[in-house]
Design a binder for this molecule. Structure first.
Ligand SMILES: NC(=O)c1ccc[n+]([C@@H]2O[C@H](COP(=O)([O-])OP(=O)(O)OC[C@H]3O[C@@H](n4cnc5c(N)ncnc54)[C@H](OP(=O)(O)O)[C@@H]3O)[C@@H](O)[C@H]2O)c1
Length: 327
């Protein structure tokens, strides 16, 4: 696979095959992020991954507006935050994102997490919202009804999920009148989620890979001593040496050649440039792709502890690894 845009069978639209992330992990100033988006657009990025909870949609909107780039060349994603679940709140939140981003429509709107549990910025790993609860299908479908209404109104072109699991999607998909066409999920060489990716592709859902470089600057609350570092993995480093590139480039080639749309974040022009170029030149060989399969280590980095509820046994409860939804 080697393309700069990715076809979406269900709608006939195309999505740029690499995007730019805009989550400042609680430490990047909104103006700094907006400046990075300005630089990214200059380089050629046309796919920007936003979210209301990142708190910087206004600043990014100002950059989009001043860019002079035709709206139909851009792909803008936003997400409804966990404190705005439920049909009416979803619609209200999308409209606020449209105002902040200065847009008449979103290319993609995602349910950021399948549970309505949220946390304050800069919180510790032990923080829990008092009314946090496990996944409840009826509640999720009410939230999804808001997503469907936005598509019917024409202010959102595609809808999708994020941080979903196969077990939850199996319950949700039969009840949708407008299907999710994307799932944004953690994907990098040490966390490949091959079975889940294969399942969603089979359902016509395109994987968007977040933290594609292994999120080295993720919030402190998301770091544990056991976490592996993708860009330091010996196989990734060895292949990077062969191609004479930074290991980041190998992580992005791996995503692209596995049918994943990566959305790396950078605030540095040099990194934005090399990340953008990663998917269009010097592809990995079949042998290198095989070698990279062995890098898989079930190394989930964004574990989501702060989204747990009273009575949950651990962060694994969010991910239904045994195929059973934790209650
Ligand atoms: N849906 C969700 O729940 C969810 C969760 C997490 C993330 N996301 C999205 O995914 C995006 C990306 O994930 P992420 O920000 O967690 O992590 P990431 O993209 O894996 O890593 C970003 C970090 O890597 C560094 N970096 C970027 N390019 C580099 C290069 N070429 N060489 C060396 N270092 C490089 C950046 O630092 P510099 O600025 O110094 O380059 C930045 O600190 C987010 O920004 C957000 O939009 C979504």
């Amino acid at each position: 696979m080697h393309t700069t845009r990715f076809p979406i069978a269900a709608t006939g639209a195309t999505i740029p095959a690499i995007g730019m992330g805009t989550f400042g992990s609680d430490h990047i100033d909104h103006e700094v992020m907006a400046q990075a988006v300005r630089t990214a657009l200059k380089i050629g990025y046309r796919n920007i991954d936003c979210a209301s909870v990142y708190g910087n949609e206004k600043e990014i909107g100002a950059v989009l507006g001043a860019s002079g780039i035709a709206r139909n060349e851009l792909w803008i994603t936003s997400k409804v935050w966990n404190d705005s679940h439920g049909k009416a709140n979803v619609i209200k939140s999308a409209k606020q994102s449209l105002i902040d981003l200065g847009l008449e429509y979103l290319d993609l709107y995602l349910v950021h997490w399948p549970v309505p549990n949220f946390h304050p910025p800069h919180c510790s790993v032990d923080s829990r919202s008092p009314d946090a609860r496990p996944f409840i299908l009826e509640e999720f479908m009410d939230t999804w009804a808001g997503m469907e209404a936005l598509v019917k109104e024409g202010v959102v072109r595609h809808v999708g999920t994020s941080n979903m699991t196969e077990a939850k999607l199996k319950l949700v998909l039969p009840q949708c009148t407008v299907r999710p066409l994307f799932n944004e999920m953690e994907l990098h060489p040490t966390f490949q989620q091959r079975d889940f990716v294969s399942y969603i592709k089979g359902e016509g859902i395109i994987p968007i890979g977040f933290s594609p470089l292994g999120s080295p600057n993720r919030p402190e609350r998301d770091k544990t001593e056991e976490d592996l570092v993708d860009m330091e993995h010996p196989i990734v480093v060895q292949i990077a040496k062969r191609h004479n590139v930074h290991p980041a480039t190998i992580c992005l080639k791996w995503a692209h050649q596995n049918g994943i749309i990566p959305i790396p974040l950078s605030t540095k022009e040099r990194n934005l440039q090399s990340n953008f170029e990663a998917i269009v030149s010097d592809p990995l060989t079949d042998e290198e792709l095989l070698l990279l399969r062995d890098v898989e280590s079930n190394n989930r980095l964004i574990k989501g502890q702060v989204f747990l509820w009273e009575g949950a046994t651990g962060w694994q409860d969010l991910w239904d690894e045994d195929g059973i939804i934790a209650r």
